[in-house]
Design a protein around this ligand. Structure first.
Ligand code: ZN
Length: 541
């Protein structure tokens, strides 16, 4: 445990014998008050980025209980603590906030060790937004109760999602709701918001959410708007599948305007060869909306491949209406299969061809192969290989190389773009997003500077998402505190080895308790299930 070259933890650091003489009380300055206040931890002498966009300062951070009690130059004159961490040469920042991610296999595990959520802790992440892409349950209170019993390493903050809401009322039906069904869905969104969701999340790209029209989404988003939530959206089209990227972004903005709530665009990108270069248009559109007074933000992951399922990437949505049994029936019918084949061929072209899809589901003979390699092995064309994979497996995970680095950089430089991992199994972004952004885009290419990287992964994230008293190193804020080594903070996972922990996080506290000490897990699980407070008077008691 000890012997890390960069951090020294001194236990039993206590000043005694300073109580002689007169202790001044009242309005005197601290310099004349020799009484040292007890605290739990003093993090001394690091370069402190407090989560704002301001310049760093050399300062100490003092933690007591679950809060930060002091940030400034003279902790030793004011506080005594059993643990003092020497952070000289290190960066001290708020714990990172992952604005969009999928940690279910970890945080919902029966194994307490898995629930420490190590892939995120080793990236310096202390809080994760869940229920994204429209996936969040309306039963937020049940979730809170479950996580109250099953402790985790990181904080989690939930959205109520369109997917479970629509499925519960309409199943997989590809039609609009009738007035009663719409009311039923509104009641479910209201329930989620009243139980503490931070907003209404959608994934309009995915079935059955893709079957909705804009007005349906507006009606549901209003339920979040009146309760102080935000609208988070994996938009209808990030590419050229249906309405196109620009029209899809316009739809997201219109939903925010009409429902009256902030719009947050999830994992903003220009996906596929047809829309490469359209990031400039997106930026112009969003900047114009912001200038007109609309609240619009986005999050982004720093990778050139997205991660999704083979089915979602390639199958037309009409082919999956009615669910998997209906899909299998359609694939078994020769004429329908031909129609599906031609649309799959077109979708494959959009995504850059069969070489650009890497199969990442674990434990399969084809794991780690491209769709082209599988097709060659099976001696069929890539479209046929894709259909066979979809038929034989419930879910085939892919890394889809479909982004242009110029778009990624241009979007990253916008002051309204915060960091997210979109972390899911089989893609290195689950293990390495924050260090990847730091190593590639801060250190190597200078796309953004360190202050911007930290601000847009902490303070701005907390403000955007509505996470109260988080995201900043300030007195009274929750003590989610990260110490990382600027020389060593780096990703270790890559596309062929996606499950390797990142390096360079030296210490990490969540709610005042240390989860990483000297680069190793402590085993503590102090994460909390965070709940949003709905606007007063909008929920019946
Ligand atoms: Zn998504």
């Amino acid at each position: 445990m000890s012997g890390h070259p960069f951090t020294r933890v001194v236990h039993g650091f206590v000043f005694v014998g300073l109580m002689s003489g007169v202790v001044m009380q009242g309005a005197c300055s601290a310099s004349t008050d020799t009484r040292l206040q007890p605290a739990d931890t003093i993090i001394r002498g690091g370069t402190v980025y407090d989560g704002s966009a301001g310049a760093p300062v050399s300062a100490d951070v003092v933690v007591s209980g679950d809060r930060i009690v002091y940030v400034g130059p003279e902790a030793r004159m004011r506080y005594t603590a059993p643990a003092v961490v020497d952070a000289s040469g290190m960066i001290v920042a708020p714990g990172f906030i992952d604005a969009h991610t999928h940690p279910d296999t970890y945080v919902r595990s029966k194994d307490a060790k898995e629930r420490l959520n190590a892939p995120w802790l080793f990236q310096g992440v202390s809080t994760l937004m869940i229920g994204v892409d429209g996936g969040g349950t309306p039963d937020v209170a049940d979730e809170a109760a479950w996580f109250g019993q099953h402790h985790m390493g990181t904080n989690l903050a939930p959205y109520v999602g369109f997917g479970p809401v629509r499925k519960k009322v309409l199943g997989m039906a590809a039609r609009a709701p009738d007035p009663q069904e719409l009311e039923g869905m509104q009641a479910l969104v209201a329930k989620g918001m009243c139980e503490g969701a931070f907003g209404f999340s959608t994934g309009l790209f995915y079935a059955p959410q893709s079957f909705s029209k804009t007005d349906e989404v507006v009606a549901l988003a209003r339920e979040a708007a009146m309760r102080g939530g935000i609208y988070d959206s994996h938009q209808r089209d990030e590419s050229s599948y249906t309405i196109g990227l620009v029209a899809s972004t316009k739809e997201a903005l219109a939903i925010g305007r009409e429902a009256g709530l902030p719009v947050h665009i999830a994992h903003i990108k220009a996906l596929g060869v047809d829309v490469h270069g359209e990031s400039g248009e997106l930026i112009a559109l969003i900047d114009a909306a912001r200038r007109a007074g609309q609240e619009v933000t986005a999050d982004q992951y720093p990778w050139l491949a997205s991660g999704t399922s083979l089915g979602a990437a390639l199958l037309p949505r009409w082919a999956v209406a009615g669910g998997r049994p209906a899909l299998l029936r359609r694939l078994a019918d020769a004429a329908t299969r031909d129609r599906i084949r031609s649309e799959v061929r077109e979708n494959l072209r959009r995504r850059g061809g069969s070489e650009s899809l890497l199969l990442t589901s674990s434990g399969q003979p084809w794991t780690g192969k491209t769709l082209q390699q599988v097709a060659t092995t099976w001696q069929v064309d890539p479209v046929e290989a894709a259909l066979r994979l979809v038929q034989e497996n419930k879910r085939v995970q892919v890394a889809s190389f479909n982004m242009d680095d110029a778009d990624v950089k241009r979007l990253m430089q916008q002051p309204w773009v915060i960091t997210s991992s979109d972390g899911n199994d089989g893609h290195p972004r689950q293990y390495a997003t924050f260090p990847k952004k730091y190593a590639k885009y801060v250190r190597n290419t200078g796309t953004i500077d360190l202050g911007a990287f930290i601000h847009r992964s902490t303070g701005l994230s907390a403000e955007t998402l509505g996470l109260e008293k988080r995201g900043y190193l300030r007195e009274g804020y929750f003590a989610d505190v990260l110490v990382f080594d600027p020389e060593r903070f780096a990703p270790k996972a890559d596309y062929t080895h996606p499950r390797v922990l990142s390096e360079g996080v030296v210490d990490l506290w969540v709610n005042g308790r240390k989860v990483i000490a000297d680069g190793s897990l402590t085993g503590a699980a102090p994460g909390r299930f965070l709940l949003h407070t709905p606007t007063a008077g909008t929920c019946s008691p």
